[in-house]
Design a protein around this ligand. Structure first.
Ligand code: MRU
Length: 336
């Protein structure tokens, strides 16, 4: 199974440009904070844990590029950069979590050079930790999957959405590594097709059997008894709900009706115990994402469009929250 990182530092910040997949696997060197923000907004880098690492590396990049001559000046520049990076996508909590961690590490230093080194060290630690954590949660979640299970997933919660291994797909990978035969139904994930472009590609690369379906097919498959479990990732888990890619809630409701377990796999960094569903800003994206496909117009010009990137699934529909510290069955939640 592929073990290389999707985000890394090699004399500068590098990431896999996810908008080029499945056509080409293209590393992209990020040369400025402005370019990083563009990459986040356009989903060249996406997925909650990947955004956490990208955010922290963004602070390291800002520190490296800043010509400040004293620590105060540098920290002021970094605070501006941090605010801009955090504001680029509001829903996934990991982005601000990663930025804040790098900023806290930087703020403890005394010299310009120490600030630069500490921000980069923290970003590297977040990146390495992400893979360790995903493998731990993968191992915890793998126990919930049985040999020959058919697992439905939505969006991409694989290694591309993280620095490596993956969360929901990390659980599948860990189960496969433990010798179980798992087959995945990947929902295409309209409108940006993270399921068909990324999840199907990743699983195919790892030779894990995968069948691509349209998002609207999950209910019918459950009714036919073809889905044993649903396994998704999360962008934020508040006291009462899981925020994940738009469409997740519909799968959760269908799973409950058909008595199919619905699992959410996420690191503790995705938990937000300070907020509840109504407090969270759900990013609304450009109408063109729905109205066009690869440059071809699919809807009348100027038609009114609603395009939220995420939805909220109440915790009562979740059978288990799979984390690096174990599996929590709501209303039980990990302490964070
Ligand atoms: O808009 P995206 O592609 O960033 O949305 C990503 C998701 O919804 C993922 O399911 C989530 O971040 C979990 S990633 C391990």
């Amino acid at each position: 199974m592929c073990e290389s990182k999707t985000i890394w530092w090699d004399g500068g910040l590098w990431l896999i440009d996810q908008t080029r997949l499945p056509g080409e696997l293209l590393p992209l060197c990020i040369k400025s904070v402005r370019q990083l923000i563009e990459a986040i907004k356009t989903l060249r880098v996406r997925g909650a844990p990947a955004l956490g690492a990208a955010g922290a590396y963004g602070v390291a990049l800002a520190a490296e590029l800043c010509r400040a001559s004293n620590p105060l000046e540098l920290m002021t520049e970094l605070e501006n950069a941090a605010d801009m990076i955090k504001g680029s996508r509001p829903t996934a909590i990991n982005l601000s979590w990663g930025v804040d961690r790098a900023m806290r590490a930087a703020a403890l230093q005394e010299t310009v050079e120490e600030i630069r080194m500490a921000a980069l060290r923290e970003a590297e630690e977040i990146a390495d930790e992400d893979i360790r954590i995903n493998k731990a949660l993968g191992k915890n979640g793998a126990k919930l999957l049985d040999d020959e299970d058919h697992v439905l997933t939505h969006c991409n919660a694989g290694r591309l959405a993280c620095v490596g291994w993956g969360t929901a797909l990390g659980v599948v990978r860990s189960a496969v590594a433990a010798g179980k035969h798992i087959h995945v139904y990947a929902c295409e994930t309209r409108p940006l097709h993270q399921g068909s472009r990324l999840t199907a590609w990743e699983l195919d690369q790892d030779k894990i059997p995968v069948t691509l379906i349209c998002d609207s097919m999950s209910g019918s498959l459950m009714r036919k008894g073809k889905i044993d479990k649903v396994m998704v990732g999360a962008d934020r888990i508040t006291r009462d709900a899981v925020f994940n890619k738009i469409g997740t809630y519909s799968h959760a409701v269908l799973a409950r009706y058909h008595k199919v377990p619905f699992y959410v796999a996420a690191p503790l960094s995705t938990f937000d115990r300070l907020h509840q569903e109504e407090d969270i800003v759900v990013e609304e994206r450009d109408a063109e994402e729905i109205c066009t496909l690869a440059g071809v117009r699919l809807a009348p010009q100027g038609i009114e469009v609603y395009n939220p990137a995420f939805d909220a699934t109440p915790l009562e529909l979740v059978s288990g929250l799979i984390t690096e510290k174990g599996v929590f069955r709501p209303p039980l939640m990990p302490m964070v």
